[in-house]
Design a protein around this ligand. Structure first.
Ligand code: PSU
Ligand code: MN
Length: 300
């Protein structure tokens, strides 16, 4: 059975050691509203190309892993209301069932690293939820990144999470963090979460130096997070953010929403109740991350 299909363009770029950037599909299918999601997905691929790198959007379609999607496949991921959300534990059952699903950070990092891709861009990572003591909800992203050697460019972790607790978990798990042009950990919709980072890099070349040093050392075999803040001019108004997020968390608890549905619910609630302002901040953050990821891949 054919498990994985890598597009010719991605295969050739990897073989020739040209820059490739992996992109996840859950943000498209479950993180952004239709039909804007398709426009963003296409724009992100274009952004990677404009930096001279090859985009590899990852998804599972009809029981096959795809590393790199064509236009029609991207349209399917963005348009299919029934497409599932797949973490890394869900890939094998999805393949066996012939199912289709968008891949989260955990599933995308797993598949991209296995395909030989070294740089991956997304919006914000999953992490420890604020209700953790009651729900024990911690994103599978963290455990997977604890044993996968890949560089992930993101705007920190989603601010709907318990950010200090997530930073503690990242330290425990040995996942590296570099602030990109900042001494503070970004806050996804916000330029800063108010938490400090221990290491700062300021150029793609400096970032590549860290990756090379890890390679020369032979480890650790964990992910390296390049935490790239959304520009302050494009961030969500912090007062609006805090107010609407508090409402979103109350509503999530009252409705008894659990498991995989929590993150999409919170993101959708924020988009609706900030009249699209959180969506613009989210898209601005992802754009910046994708552009930076392409530059880091080129510097490698
Ligand atoms: N970044 C975004 N929007 C998203 C996500 C990331 O800007 O929707 C997705 C990623 O796929 C991430 C997932 O892995 O949210 C986390 O979901 P959970 O908390 O259920 O693990
Ligand atoms: Mn979860």
């Amino acid at each position: 059975m054919l498990l994985t299909k890598v597009t010719e363009e991605v295969r050739e770029a990897l073989a020739a050691h040209r820059p490739v950037v992996a992109l996840e599909s859950t943000i498209i299918a479950h993180g952004l509203p239709r039909p804007r999601n398709l426009a963003v997905a296409e724009e992100l691929e274009e952004l990677v190309r404009s930096q001279g790198a090859v985009p590899a959007t990852v998804a599972v379609l009809d029981g096959t892993v795809h590393i790199g999607l064509d236009k029609r496949q991207l349209e399917r991921v963005a348009g299919d209301e029934d497409i599932r959300k797949l973490g890394h534990r869900d890939i094998a059952p999805a393949l066996a069932a012939g199912a289709s699903g968008a891949t989260t950070v955990s599933a995308t990092a797993f598949l991209a690293a296995r395909a030989g891709i070294r740089v991956f861009a997304t919006g914000g990572l999953g992490g420890v939820h604020r209700e953790w003591t009651r729900t024990q909800d911690e994103s599978a992203d963290l455990r997977l990144l604890a044993h996968t050697r890949i560089t992930v460019v993101c705007a920190g972790v989603k601010s709907v999470l318990d950010v200090p607790a997530t930073l503690q978990r990242l330290e425990t798990l040995g996942i590296g963090i570099l602030g990109y042009g900042t001494e503070e950990f970004p806050g996804f919709y916000l330029a800063s979460s108010g938490q400090p980072v221990d290491w700062t890099v300021r150029t793609p070349e400096e970032t590549a130096e860290v990756i090379r040093a890890r390679d020369a050392l032979g480890g650790p075999d964990t992910a390296l997070i390049v935490a790239n803040p959304v520009p302050e001019s494009e961030q969500l108004d912090p007062v609006l953010h805090d107010r609407v997020l508090a409402e979103a968390l109350d509503e999530c608890r009252e409705k008894g929403i659990e498991g995989q549905a929590v993150t999409p619910f919170l993101l959708e609630y924020l988009t609706r109740r900030t009249e699209g302002a959180s969506l613009e901040a989210n898209v601005a953050a992802v754009r910046g991350n994708v552009r930076l990821a392409a530059m880091i891949a080129a510097a490698l």
